[in-house]
Write a protein that binds this ligand. Structure first.
Ligand code: ZN
Length: 413
């Protein structure tokens, strides 16, 4: 592809193409008015009015949007482009970046929505690569070309103060709040293994381990429903999560089942209807049994209306919960047996927050002698925490709430 691209480039580049025409596809004076030719910090790069013959053919390696003091587009290229031109266009407001002699080496357009950037589109022209940045506000772009380990990196800054002026994005980016809920505690020991291992102790250890891992990640704040051997009702757990502004909720448990051979990790999301299996129903009844009156508080609002609203919100939340759970389960399968290959669903009281994606993880079967042993080992506790962390991060990469630092491309870079 690179060879073909370079050949095409030479053929086309002999035809002079004024940059103004390239940018708007018309040289009409009204269009010209809407267009402002911009100069970069390295003015020399911008001077030739015509596209220049590409020597080797620079390739686009990566691009992304970051947000710190300013919104910045980072464009990694295998080498310096023959020419760089930036234009602003109005109605709708957008920035066009033409990189002469650059071909795309397989980068797909991404749905960037970050800071001043609404999206970035890409067009592969014979003699240049064009990036079109859809803007949310007026910008004053400038650029710099820096050498980078793979070639060069363009920093295209959209203007330091423009973001503060933009009403759409005036608040600073916040942390994602992850609520970790170690199951049981205090007077409620949870399930007890054949060797007297108590579920409440194991879930607390895994929870603390997971909290330790997550709190090292920039842009993530951890809230624990309990960090000691204390009793908490099921509703208190979701209340704590809500009062701390949790974005996701992860409840940790260790399975027990009359059939002692049962083994492996399971992940559950809420079901509004019946449980997805008999075992799931059995488990939900068991996990809810200590606190059977838990449920969503309907308050004063007409119960029917409130229920309809909750169900509407709940079904999209359940979709997110299933997504998060699937990613966790796939990571858990890397460290040991999984009980069921899919996320199961049942009516766990602790998963009933209508607007917080929530999963309940049965880490392993405490009723299985081998797994009870594993659950007691610091090594397995750590592995579980690492798998849950990885699954959660997979999920957050895709579904980070808007307005969070983590949701910004900066976190991914
Ligand atoms: Zn439990």
């Amino acid at each position: 592809m690179a060879v073909a691209g370079a050949a095409q480039l030479k053929k086309k580049s002999s035809k002079p193409c004024a940059r103004v025409q390239c940018a708007v596809g018309s040289s009409g004076s009204d269009r010209r008015q809407a267009l402002r030719l911009l100069t970069g910090a390295s003015a020399g790069l911008l001077l030739p009015p015509f596209a220049v013959v590409a020597s080797q053919g620079a390739r686009l390696l990566d691009y992304r949007v970051t947000q710190h003091d300013t919104t910045r587009l980072l464009v990694d290229l295998s080498q310096k482009p023959d020419d760089i031109a930036l234009f602003l266009l109005d109605d709708p407001s957008r920035l066009v970046i033409d990189l002469a002699g650059v071909t795309n080496s397989g980068q797909k357009p991404s749905h960037f929505a970050h800071g001043l950037v609404a999206s970035v589109r890409m067009g592969d022209h014979p003699d240049k690569l064009r990036l079109v940045v859809d803007l949310r506000a007026e910008v004053k772009p400038s650029y710099r070309v820096l050498t980078h380990h793979n070639g060069v990196r363009l920093h295209i800054d959209l203007g330091a103060n423009a973001l503060q002026a933009s009403t759409q994005r005036s608040s600073p980016l916040r942390d994602i709040v992850v609520a970790i809920d170690p199951g049981h505690g205090g007077k409620d020991p949870g399930a007890i293994g054949q060797r007297k291992t108590r579920e409440k102790d194991v879930t607390l250890k895994i929870g603390l381990e997971l909290a330790g891992l997550l709190s090292k990640i920039r842009g993530v704040r951890v809230v624990m429903t309990r960090n000691s051997d204390t009793y908490l009702g099921l509703r208190e757990r979701t209340k704590i999560a809500r009062s701390q502004g949790a974005d996701v909720f992860v409840s940790l448990h260790a399975d027990a089942f009359p059939r002692r051979e049962a083994r492996g990790s399971s992940v559950y999301a809420l079901s509004l209807k019946g449980a997805s299996s008999e075992a799931a129903r059995y488990l939900a009844e068991k996990e809810n049994s200590y606190d059977p009156l838990e449920g969503v508080d309907m308050g004063d609002m007409a119960a029917d209306l409130k229920r309809a609203l909750i169900e509407l919100s709940q079904s999209s939340t359940i979709a997110s919960s299933l997504d998060m759970g699937t990613r966790m389960l796939s990571n858990l399968s890397g460290i040991g047996a999984v009980h069921k290959p899919e996320v199961e669903q049942a009516n766990f009281a602790v998963l009933r927050s209508p607007d917080i994606p929530s999963v309940l993880v049965e880490t392993a079967f405490i009723s299985n002698l081998q797994e009870e042993k594993k659950l007691n080992s610091a090594r397995f506790q750590k592995q579980l925490a690492q798998a849950l962390r990885a699954g959660l991060l997979d999920y957050l990469q895709v579904r980070a709430p808007e307005g969070t630092w983590f949701g910004s491309s900066a976190a991914r870079g």
